[in-house]
Design a protein around this ligand. Sequence first.
Ligand code: C5P
Length: 236
Amino acid sequence: MIDMHMLPLVVALDCADASSALDFARRLDPRQCRLKVGKELFTTAGPALVEALQALGFEIFLDLKFHDIPNTVAGAVRAAAALGVWMVNVHASGGPRMLAAAAEAVADRSRRPLLVGVTVLTSMDASELRALGHKETPAERVLHLAALCAQAGLDGVVCSGEEASALRLQHAPDFLLVTPGIRLPGDTADDQRRVMTPRAAIAAGATYLVMGRSITGASDPLAALAAVRANLTGGS
Ligand code: C5P
């Protein structure tokens, strides 16, 4: 019997065009997972695709990682809210005024998207942070940026599973920890550097898992979802 319960999972639809995204989405079940639309797909297919995915019943995480001056980011977040997306994100390194402007832009809406701040990309490791001139370790920098997000009134952050337990100790239980860099046991890490299994990330305090290639690259995506469910419930 197929278990239809919603997983704490957002599938990254990192497809090149609208028709492949829609074909893939139709193979999934909106009662089981949410979908993430990122930069490549949104640049190609735009709001019309987001609306088409919503019409299929999916809640959408619009992963455009806005990073600009406060006024511009506020406008972009407001536009995402008007599109009716479930979640939207901004780069925490845009700074306190940009984060506050983003939060204020959607605060008075009756139905507003969840707003999360990207801390340190899960593809980055300590050497890349050093190359950017940052003295902090990835974990220190994630904690620092997450504190700025919380102070600005964001709903949570995007972080790797590796920082989730430290963040859980510092933030309220309802502060969202959205974790990409998730791999099933045996999967390749690809370009990700700070990876974890679904079960380990949730045990560390993650609220939502973002998974792309482990699901979109599977010959049977529903079987991959079942493998995520099995991993979460301790079956694998
Ligand atoms: O295929 P994979 O599971 O690595 O995909 C991860 C997804 O999460 C990609 O869409 C990537 O853009 C996104 N992401 C990430 N790291 C962040 C934020 C988003 O990998 N910090």
